[in-house]
Structures are given as C-alpha cells and as structure tokens.
Design a protein around this ligand. Structure first.
Ligand SMILES: *Cc1c(COP(=O)(O)O)cnc(C)c1O
Length: 366
C-alpha cells in the first residue's frame, strides 16, 4: 500500500526559527491580550497585504462574525452557498438573514449579474467569497453596492496575499476577512484578520474581540473573546517570512497537475484568472460523469482505496445544511448545486512531491 496522502498538510517554519521567536515570551510572561508579537504581526501583515488597516482575530470565523457585528446591520445579506460553513453561520449568528445568490460556472464565485434581482428594501450587505482564491467580480459588485448603498464584506479566507490588477486583495469592499487556519496557504495555527477601509472601525473591532471592554470601568458593547494569542502571532510572523517560497512550491505543483490533467476527457480544470496573482491555495477539478465515465463520488472512493484522501469541497452547499434547509431563505442556486456534486479538490501543499502528483494524475487519468 502506498503511503497516505491527505488533501493538505500544514507548512511549518524551521523549528529553531519558531523557538527563537517565542523565547522572549519567557521573559515578558505576556501571553495574550494584544502583546508585542500581536502588535508586530499586525504591522507586518498591514504592510504585506498593502491594506490601510488590519485587526487580528483568533480565527477567520470570528473575523467575519465581528466585522459584521461592528457594522451594526439588520436585514438581509446576499451571499453564496458555495462556501465553507463559516460564511453563512457568521451572517445568521449576527441575526441577519442570508439570501443565496447563484455562482458562475467558470470560477465558482458569486454571479454578480444575479445579485441585483435579489435586492429588496431589506438588503443591507453583500458577502461574497473568493472561492479557491478565484477573485470575485469586484468591480461589478462595487458598482451594485454603490448604487444600492450596501456594505460589502469579502470572505477572503482563500485569497491570502493575492493581488487583482496589482492591488492587494484586502482592499476591495468595505472589509475583507482572512483565515490563518492550519490548513490554509498561510497560517498562525489558528488565526484570522479583518482588513478594512474605514479607520474608525479599528476601535470597534478591538472592543468586540475583547468582551466589549472600552476601559477598566466601561463595557459598552456585547463583545466576545476573539483575541489572537502571542504563540499564534509568533507562528504567523515566522510563516510570513516563508510565504513567497510556499506559494512558488504550490505553483509548480499546480502547473504539473494542469499539464497531466488538462486533456483528460470529462475533467474540467479551473483556468487561472486574468489580472490575478494567485496564491495557488487549492486545486479543484470537476468531473462530468457522462464524459468521464465515473461520478465524482466514485472517483473519490477510488482514490481513497489508493490511500489518497481528496475533498468534496464545497459539498454540501450551506443552503442544504440540516440547520438551514428548512428555513426558507430566498434564492435559487442550481449552478452551485451542480458544481457541488461534481467538484473535488486534490491534494495540494508545499511539501507534496511531484511524484505524488504524478501518481494521483495517473489514477485519475485512466
Ligand atoms: C477557513 C475558512 C473560513 C473560516 O476560517 P477559520 O480560520 O477556520 O475560522 C471562512 N471561510 C472560508 C471560505 C474558509 O475556507
């Protein structure tokens, strides 16, 4: 039996580098509550992402939940069901009502052409997702938002470090959230951040992630605890030094995958987008059962028998979740439904071997 290959594997900085980074913590005894590492990581990220403002969070989900809370919205939010549970949960946990817009068949991001007819007088925001690092139609979304005076918050959990038309991805909309979860291209074990345009929001987010505590005697918001600790920040600082190498390694593997799979009948590969500098975070393929001769689910099982664990990502759609499907949320999403039944993401991580890619493609190709 060949060795097990999982869909992802966390990249680690050199051991000594991390140990060296956390050493001061034994002097300072300051382990969380916006310490020195936290401050430094926030500064370095602001610079790296070329965004005006960053607020670190303990994970990407809380980043989304709290930026929506900070905007003090009530009503309907237009979003996509072709995403991770977090996106829809963050909307619902804020007492907002998700309205589901269908996606594009090409890059699986929200279909901006279908947003406007979902807008009602209750609509307050759009929460699109840069799926697999594919950038949404940010220009069209911006013009719709402007026309109808809606907030736009991007779930950029998949898009760390990307650029669109040479602009850092965190600059679009009113805010974007990033996830630094262990399985992402860039991680701080668990972690996340909000980038935002309005500097006023800094104070709001700082308060909300720290129980709504304004100062020792004033608690003025129903906040929560979403602070990133110093060990997370130290991991982030270390990994940021290696991000370019990380992305390059992934790029080579993706090129190999494309070379070996692009001519397989019934398999569709996501094209690299125009004007986008990708981070190669995922490698999704779509399986057309009739042309390929095997369903997505059968291919998934076949690879599993070979000790290769791919992922049905995203399946099911969030509007098909047990907790949501009976809620009667508006929006028909037939394309998202079809894609979710045909999609597989293949193993992709910096240390994946070219020979492993060859083996995976051999199994898929025959
Ligand atoms: C990972 C992810 C999140 C949540 O991030 P966490 O850091 O795990 O909380 C949100 N949205 C999408 C699309 C993700 O992939």
């Amino acid at each position: 039996m060949h060795k097990k290959i999982l869909v992802t594997e966390s990249s680690m900085p050199p051991f000594d580098e991390y140990i060296n980074e956390i050493k001061d913590l034994w002097q300072s005894h300051w382990l969380t509550n916006m310490g020195e590492k936290h401050k430094r990581f926030e500064r370095e990220l602001t610079e790296f992402l070329e965004v005006p403002n960053i607020s670190l969070m303990t994970n990407g989900h809380m980043a989304l939940e709290l930026v929506l809370q900070a905007m003090e919205l009530s009503g309907e939010v237009i979003t996509t069901p072709f995403t991770f549970a977090s996106t829809t949960h963050a909307i619902v946990r804020n007492g907002l009502t998700p309205v589901f817009c269908d996606i594009k068949d090409t890059d699986y991001t929200i279909d901006a052409e279908k947003i406007e007819h979902l807008i009602t007088d209750k609509t307050v925001a759009i929460v699109p997702v840069h799926v697999y690092g594919n950038v949404c139609d940010v220009e069209k979304i911006q013009s719709i938002a402007k026309k109808h005076r809606l907030k736009v918050v991007y779930d950029a959990a998949h898009a760390f470090g990307e650029r669109y038309k040479d602009i850092g991805i965190g600059n679009f909309g009113d805010a974007s959230i990033f996830s630094f979860h262990a399985t992402k291209v860039f991680h701080s074990i668990e972690g996340g951040a909000v980038s935002f345009s309005d500097a006023e929001m800094e104070r709001e987010l700082y308060g909300l992630k720290n129980f709504g505590i304004r100062n020792q005697e004033i608690v003025d918001k129903v906040g929560t605890n979403a602070k990133m600790n110093e060990f997370q920040a130290a991991m982030g600082i270390c990994n940021l030094r290696h991000i370019e190498e990380e992305v390059m390694k992934r790029k080579h593997l993706v090129e190999r995958y494309i070379l070996l799979l692009e001519n397989v009948k019934g398999i569709t590969i996501c094209k690299t987008q125009k004007d986008t500098q990708s981070n190669y975070s995922y490698f999704p393929i779509r399986i057309d059962k009739d042309r390929y001769g095997m369903s997505r689910d059968d291919l998934y099982e076949k690879l599993k028998e070979e000790n290769i664990f791919v992922r049905k990502y995203f399946y099911p759609l969030t509007n098909e979740f047990e907790c949501y499907k009976e809620k009667g949320y508006r929006g028909e999403t037939p394309i998202a439904m079809k894609v979710s039944k045909e999609i597989l993401t293949l193993p992709l991580y910096a240390n994946l071997k070219t020979s492993d890619v060859n083996r995976i493609c051999n199994l898929i190709g025959c």
